[in-house]
Design a protein around this ligand. Sequence first.
Ligand code: CAO
Length: 243
Amino acid sequence: IPPIPTPDFSQFGPIEEKPMGRLLKAGAVNLHRSWLNVPHVTQFDQADISGLEDFRKSMKAEAERQGAKLTPLPFILKACAYALRAYPQFNVSLGAGGDTLIWKDYVNIGFAVDTPDGLLVPVLKDVDKKGIIELAKESSDLAARAQKKQLKPLDMQGGCFTISSLGSIGGTAFTPIVNAPEVAILGVSKASMQPVWDGKAFQPRLMLPLSLSYDHRAINGADAARFAALVANLLGDIRRLLM
Ligand code: CAO
């Protein structure tokens, strides 16, 4: 790879060169490795979360009494766990030689946490077996420990899939980098009210943008479209999670 030139920036204005922090350096290595090794494609979709938001808001006080902050994240975790079981080709890693697939019969999902020192990805274990309140509590606890640099190595290992949620900040879509050796990652952007045609008229609906990046060596585009559509359908009517 041709190196990027580093001119003497000081000839254009004042500068200061500082070492990168440990976390930033580790993140840079991981992201660069994934970017160079994985042929990425990103599939975009959107979920109508109008009903989910009504339900979430109606459950917030009850969740708080149980010690949980109910954000959209635990519902997204649950929908992804369901989709990973429905489409197990997303719950794989490529074998060392690149000619085998390692299929996993467990569903652990990491989620990106933005900290002042860089990105951390704690992993929730057995997401398919846990309830929404439990997932809300565990994800808040892991995010809080990530902020305080109290995560243990085991808290960040064993992930099958990652969620990167920028929904509390903004944006309409982005192209997340697969967290290899996982083969897919779901980016979540900010939900917004959109006019949606119901066949007779436009209705105001709360739409959540989803960006699913995947390793095209392991997953084909049609399956990615199916996976994203399933996640969108599950979030559109969370009663489907019981089916
Ligand atoms: N659309 C609209 N609002 C959203 C939303 C979405 N997609 N997702 C969250 N929100 C809302 C929440 O509901 C909450 O509002 P209420 O208090 O009214 O319910 C508010 O935004 C704040 O949410 P939060 O940030 O406290 O909680 P979270 O569960 O959404 O996110 C965490 C937790 C750890 C994922 C988040 O704090 C974080 O660090 N995100 C950044 C991840 C990141 O950097 N990714 C990039 C990686 S690649 O460089």
